[in-house]
Design a protein. Sequence first.
Length: 370
Amino acid sequence: MLTELYQSLDPVALSVGPITIYWYGVAYVLGALITGIVMYRTQRRWGLNLTVDDLMMVVFGVVIGLVIGARLFYVIFYGDGFYWTHPLEIFMTNHGGMSFHGGLVGGIVGGAIVCRIYHISAWTIADLAVIGVPIALCLGRCANFVNGELWGKPTDLPWGVVFGGAAGDVARHPSQLYEAFLEGVVLFVVLYLMSRRKPPLPQGTFMGTFILGYGIVRFLIEFVRVPDAQLGYILGDVITMGQLLSLPLIVIGIGLIAYALHAKRPQPCFRPKNLPKEGGEGKTLVPAPQGNCRLHTGRPFPQVLIKGLFHSNSVSLGPPSGFRSLSGPPFLLMAMLFGSMGTFRSINPGTPEAAARLAHWDCMYGKSWS
């Protein structure tokens, strides 16, 4: 049955003239969008105050880092010296060659850079992101199945798939679908149920669970998956490069969970409930607090600097309304350019509003974190 399904699928989603769109690329885009939606809905349930723009910029940074990291890891660990003699092939991503382990590292770095620019807690963003990432993984593995790549070893099980081509005319484990179910569906259900806990679990819990879960699943799936042809088995006839790269993930995941449960750092509150709205005359610029807890009323943006220079008694916090919807590369580049200029808060001194804001720079549960 799965063989008939595979043979009926076309890797090309759409082809118009010289433009060809593959399902693999569609999976990347849909995965990023769904991850952003899950992040937004989860942060609302946690009582945070991140905007769609914030999350889209984080997702954008993660995707850029993911693509770069995935390609570099493949070149370094799976290239077997080919790319050192053919350096231009490194940029030929249309020829294939991505590593999830590198994508994970690159995605974390890319997301951390955006969080640094926006003065957002990277730990909380990471926890939010990994809740939706398994859905993206599921879509990606399904796209691998459509492409007829990363297939498994021969099997006589009734759900074996005849991929043809380089895989031959023998039924094989649909290891792509195994990973789609375990890394995708199962891991998402676990993380989603964890995210329903109130109050939210401590910072690092979700990231640790995701890394541990992926490492275990990937390590086990490699036993029924054919290793990369250019590498084969690394140790004996059992251990593959994928397993070697998964072992550190298992260790790191256990370490993160242990640290999270020991430190018990709560997810920060970005805006206290029932906080008076900003407004009025005689405002004073107050530097942004350091640490995880950020009142989401300002951003590092040139408007803050410009109005701070020319209007001593007030400042409009965040980007102007015309720029708020620019969740894309231009906005990110401007944010990176001006991100180091600092963020300011507009508060009327000596008022209950000021006292409330200063008090709520502490995170929920009455704790502050640096």
